[in-house]
Design a protein around this ligand. Structure first.
Ligand code: SF4
Length: 255
């Protein structure tokens, strides 16, 4: 039983022509000569590595749709209505809006949160940049912790570096931190995540020293993606600029 659906996915805007597909490969049971597509296999033959990216790139978020045999929907939380803690055991007082969901984390430096929630890490991708303001403001007023993903400084077109190649000014990261802090009410924190390139670029020193960020997360590799993070850029100039900053840039033979 294949829990995923190989060879066609809405995130890539691909689909099978045939109603029936071989479960392991996702190829149509009648893969026909002259097919006009539009499965992964078909599209990859002429769009190549573009199939690595959910599309339209920079406009969407994409979630995995693997259908696990067990998920949270199979669990029921059976509450009980007997007694109350932290409030009078009285139906007029022990009401739903009075439930306390506050929590904290941190061994020595405690960070309070209104509800136990962290955001996913949104980093250098266009979708994160374009939607940062409402995302950050939402997290701040909700009282949860916001994770700023990696490469934000490295990809920043306005980045200024000092003579040692370390970050001197990154308006993009500065802005992201400021937007979270604008409505911050003492609950939650902004965490800045950094990968190997960020560390080399001195993002930790900049975030902690110049922006007053208090929490950073150092990464040694890509846990989620296996192959390492990749983004698309829209011009050769941008690619060359990033190459100068130490990023691995692979030319696309299609463009
Ligand atoms: S090429 Fe066409 S027929 Fe073959 S698997 Fe893809 S969609 Fe199906």
């Amino acid at each position: 039983m294949n829990l995923g659906r190989p060879n066609s996915n809405d995130a890539l805007q691909t689909k099978n022509r045939s109603r029936n597909v071989a479960p392991q490969s996702g190829i149509c049971s009648r893969c026909i000569d002259g097919c006009k597509g539009n499965c992964d296999l078909f599209t990859a033959t002429f769009r190549g590595r573009e199939l690595l990216y959910p599309s339209p790139f920079g406009e969407i978020t994409a979630g995995a749709d693997k259908d696990y045999p067990v998920d949270y929907s199979h669990l029921n939380i059976m509450g009980y209505a007997m007694g109350a803690e932290g409030i009078e055991a009285d139906p007029d007082h022990a009401t739903f809006p009075k439930v306390n969901t506050e929590t904290w984390y941190g061994a020595t430096e405690k960070v309070k949160m209104k509800i136990p929630m962290f955001t996913g890490a949104l980093g250098s991708t266009d979708i994160a940049r374009k939607n940062w303001e409402h995302f950050a403001v939402g997290a701040a007023i909700t009282g949860i912790s916001l994770v700023c993903g990696e490469n934000v400084c490295g990809i920043d077109p306005q980045l200024k570096v000092d003579k040692n190649g370390k970050v001197k000014d990154s308006p993009e990261l500065k802005n992201r931190v400021a937007q979270y802090r604008r409505y911050h009410e003492g609950y939650g924190d902004i965490l800045v995540q950094m990968n190997v390139e960020d560390t080399r670029l001195g993002v930790a020193e900049y975030a902690l020293g110049s922006l007053g960020v208090e929490t950073i997360e150092l990464k040694w590799g890509q846990g989620a993606k296996c192959i390492g993070g990749e983004i698309k850029v829209n011009s050769l100039d941008r690619a060359l600029e990033l190459k100068k900053r130490g990023y691995i840039v692979t030319p696309d033979p299609e463009n």
